[in-house]
Design a protein. Structure first.
Length: 141
């Protein structure tokens, strides 16, 4: 049970601006023989909820973050332009390093539909961990 909490928290943190990478945790528990489905569920939910936190920070705190200088207006406008061009499809890249976290933040700042957000982001996040797990099974095991 504690393993699932560790995986969940690692994946949750990895979806935020914190410098946390959940892949090592997932691979460690895979290598330890922990059930793949439990790892997938824990990591997928954790990462999705971490992105939901970014969404709410974007929705409620973008003005504060701009005012304090934590977010540069130039970068925000560039990301908003990208998001407006590709809409919800852009969220399929929410799993990706560097661009994923800002995309979920931008979705919140633009007040994107939360139901669509959760569905699209969950698909992307669960697919990410599914591919990581399957890659481990093919190349390592």
């Amino acid at each position: 049970m504690k393993e699932l909490i560790i995986i969940f928290l690692s994946a949750f943190g990895a979806a935020t601006i914190l410098p946390i990478y959940s892949e090592a945790t997932v691979l460690y528990y895979l290598n330890s023989g922990y059930p793949k489905i439990l790892i997938l569920i824990s990591a997928g939910f954790g990462n999705t909820l971490g992105s939901l936190l970014n969404f709410f920070i974007g929705k409620k705190g973008v003005d504060y973050l701009l005012k304090k200088g934590y977010v540069k207006e130039k970068n925000l406008l560039k990301a908003e332009k990208f998001f407006k061009k590709y809409g919800g499809f852009a969220l399929l890249f929410s799993w990706a390093p560097i661009i994923g976290d800002p995309l979920t933040f931008i979705a919140g700042s633009l007040h994107y539909d939360i139901k669509k957000f959760i569905i699209i982001v969950a698909i992307a996040k669960f697919a990410r961990y599914y591919l990581l797990i399957e890659g481990f099974n093919i190349f390592i095991k």
